[in-house]
Each structure stands twice: as C-alpha cells, then as structure tokens.
Design a protein around this ligand. Structure first.
Ligand SMILES: Nc1ncnc2c1ncn2[C@@H]1O[C@H](COP(=O)(O)OP(=O)(O)OP(=O)(O)O)[C@@H](O)[C@H]1O
Ligand SMILES: [Mg+2]
Length: 406
C-alpha cells in the first residue's frame, strides 16, 4: 500500500547547508529560490503576503513588512546572509541589523547608492563618473530654475522608492513642474531634477562581486523601455562597439569594488548619440536586465547572486548563444478570457524553443507577470519571436494573426 508522505514530518538539516534570507517576496526572490534549490538550499523570504511570488514556493516564509524591524530581525535569525529583492528597506534598519551581527549583503554602506538616487548621483559625480546634470529639489523654485537652465522637459525623480518608472516625471513646462513638485513635496517625497538625456538607447552592465573580491561581468545588454518600464532585453547589445562595451564593463567592475558591493549589481546606462555613456541608476540585486541569463548564460544572475553573498567562487558567465532576447510578459489592459494554462499550451505548440518563466502573479495592466527567453543567431529574428511569444502570453493574440485552428 502506498502512503502519502506527511510533509510536516520531513526533516531538513538546516545546519548542513547555508540559509540565505531575501527581503521581499517578489519574482526576483522566487527565481533566486529556484537557483537555491539547485545548490541544495532553500531561500528564506520575508514576504508581505502568503500569495507573493516567492512566498508561494519557499518553505521558509516569514510574513511581515520590510519596514518593520522586528520582522527583519525574525527573518535574519540563523541566516548566513541577508539580501534583497528590492531596495526599499529603510537604511537605518539595516544598520541596526549589521550592529546586531547580521551579515547584510550588499552592506547598507553600498546599498544606499541603489536606494537613494540623490546620494548615488552625488557619489558618482565625486568619483568622476559620467552622469546627467542634476540638483536636489526642495522647493518648487529649484525645479523651475533647473528647467530654465537645462531645458524643458527635464526629468524629475523621487529620491527614494521609485520603480518601473513610478517616481519619474518629465514636466514640459514650469506650470507642470510646479504642480508635480508641490504635490510630491506635500506627500513628503524627496525629489531631484536631472537633465533629460537625448539618448540613442539604454544599456545595462551587470556584474557580481563576492566579499573575497572576485567579480564577474555578463555581456553588456540593450534594454528597451516602454512607458518607463523595461519591456525587452537584447544580450549582448547589438552593434555595441567593443571599446564602449569594455568601458561599460570596466565601469561596473570598478564601481562594485569602489562601493563595496556584494552580490549582483546592474548599472543602468544611457548611450548618447555621440557614443558616450552616462550612468542612469544602480540596482544591487538581481535585475530585469539579467533575466536573459537564466537560459542564455552558463551561470545566470540568480545563482551568481547566491554564490556571491555566500562567498563561493563565482560561475562562468559565458553566453550560450550568439544572441538571447528576453521579453517581459506584461499584463494586458484587459486580461484575456483564455486561461494562462491554455496560452502556455498554445505557445509551446507553436514555439518549442521559447523558455517561459511565470511568476505566479495575478494579471493587471502592465504588471510584470513573467518573461520569455529565446536564444538564436539573428537579432531581428530572435527578438521578433521573443516579443511575439510574450505578447501572446499576455494578450492571447498572435501579433502576426496566426490561427492554430486554420
Ligand atoms: N535623465 C534621463 N533622461 C532621459 N530619460 C530618462 C532619464 N532618467 C530616466 N529616464 C527614463 O525613465 C526610465 C526610468 O527611470 P529610472 O531608471 O530612474 O526609474 P526607476 O523607476 O527607478 O527604474 P526601474 O524601471 O529601473 O525600476 C529610464 O529607464 C529611462 O527610460
Ligand atoms: Mg531604472
């Protein structure tokens, strides 16, 4: 007679392998857990809700808020490293954890440059790195003066807390700037102004660094944004001159060492029409621009992030194909009637080569609910496939009108 295993009696010797705690229960934590499994580990997560993407899959979930020091302490107990799937933990809480002996990685002294865009801009310009002109905005007049000096529209940003383009505005004139600034300041949001870069395209240079000081880069990728949000990533960035690629990688490596980063870091870059690079922002965690590597690189960012925070030797980051394109599956304006399961079925029938990653999230307009990776030789062909697959998964519509029943 077969008996079902009572899962509650299963033992797991947690002392045999290290425990990493990740703060935040989103898709980045979910995919880090996936990588942890292969290393014989389980990722502990601090998630706000049991239905969060990582909380659905990790057996070690602490429910609570990343702004609650008690919840952070609880999540940290016995963990070898405490790391992040977002940058929204208050820096002062992290400093308390460090003082109590928690191995916070990246350390708050580095992480602050991913949390606070004004601190980042200031630090990078002190280091002599190329950044757009910027200034803090503490009153309406600061913004209007900046726009008059650097041209309209300029870019107004929340100093902390923005993501996926939330917290970024491009006021076209003084009246619009006044309205946004007054409203945000009234809500206690710190602001900075920066010049709008006339950009050719956006790039991302990703690197991972261990406490030992080992570092590894992935090829520099092109990121395509729609509505201020990453939609497509092309790895490596097509037609990027070797010298620019090398200087982007060197910049990322030097910055990681200079700031004392541990774990994965994405350096979001603007490429200008005159072939210059400017730093947009830093993310010190796995990042959307690194998702291609789950299928397209020998070692992807999630495994590499774990290796780095555990001070393991880092993995080979070589690409596995001449080009990999990642397309985000973004929630459609209206969720299709066809179930996700059925959409997946059709996608696999049409495109056996597409690698799909779904995050277990409900469909809402423009929400990142998954991504598709396609590997191949020809950038245009691979990109078309990846985008068509992602669009199918979110809209249940083939962009080329293909009908499986015809
Ligand atoms: N100075 C600038 N000049 C031109 N475009 C800009 C500038 N700053 C930001 N942008 C555009 O807005 C997007 C979002 O800005 P930013 O990366 O600062 O915001 P975020 O919400 O923190 O980002 P993320 O989407 O990476 O979470 C950028 O990817 C870029 O397309
Ligand atoms: Mg960004």
């Amino acid at each position: 007679m077969t008996r079902l295993v009572d899962v509650t009696t299963r033992s797991f010797d947690s002392s045999a392998l290290p425990t990493v705690t990740m703060i935040g229960g989103g898709q980045l934590a979910r995919m880090t857990h996936q990588a942890a499994i292969a290393l014989g580990q389980r990722l502990r997560v601090l998630a706000e809700r049991p239905e969060d993407p990582a909380a659905q899959v990790s057996p070690e979930v602490v429910l609570g808020s990343h702004t609650d020091l008690a919840a952070l302490r609880k999540a940290a107990v016995g963990s070898h490293a405490l790391t992040f799937d977002h940058e929204h933990v208050p820096t002062e809480h992290l400093e308390v954890l460090v003082a109590e002996g928690v191995n916070v990685l990246p350390p708050p002294s580095a992480l602050v440059y991913a949390q606070d865009k004004l601190a980042m801009r200031t630090k990078l310009s002190e280091l002599g790195l190329p950044v757009p002109a910027f200034t803090p905005v503490t009153e309406v007049a600061d913004a209007v003066r900046f726009g008059d000096e650097h041209g309209w529209p300029f870019v107004l940003k929340a100093v902390r807390g923005g993501y996926d383009g939330r917290g970024v505005w491009m006021p076209a004139d003084a009246a619009e700037a006044e309205r946004i600034v007054a409203d945000q300041l009234a809500h206690g949001v710190g602001l900075l102004a920066e010049a709008k870069v006339d950009l050719k395209r956006e790039l991302s240079a990703m690197v991972a660094r261990s406490p030992f000081g080992q570092a590894a880069t992935w090829p520099v990728v092109e990121t395509v944004q729609r509505n201020g949000q990453c939609a497509v990533v092309i790895a490596p960035a097509p037609d990027l001159p070797d010298d620019l690629a090398a200087s982007a990688e060197t910049l990322a490596l030097n910055l990681a060492a200079e700031l004392g980063v541990v774990g994965a870091m994405a350096v979001e870059l603007f490429e200008t029409h005159d072939g210059e690079l400017l730093v947009n922002e830093l993310a010190m965690r796995p990042h959307n621009s690194g998702h291609w590597g789950m299928d397209g690189a020998r070692t992807g960012q999630f495994e590499q992030h774990l290796r780095a925070v555990l001070d393991y030797p880092l993995g080979d980051t070589s690409p596995l194909a001449p080009v990999t394109v990642m397309a985000n599956i973004l929630g459609a304006p209206q969720a299709p009637a066809m179930s996700m399961d059925e959409r997946l079925h059709h996608l696999f029938a049409r495109m056996p080569e597409a690698k799909v990653h779904l995050y277990g999230k409900g469909e809402r307009p423009d929400r990142k609910i998954g991504h598709v990776n396609v590997l191949g030789d020809d950038v245009a062909a691979v990109r078309e496939k990846a985008e068509r697959a992602a669009h199918w998964m979110s809209h249940a519509v083939w962009t080329d009108g293909w009908d499986p029943h015809e």
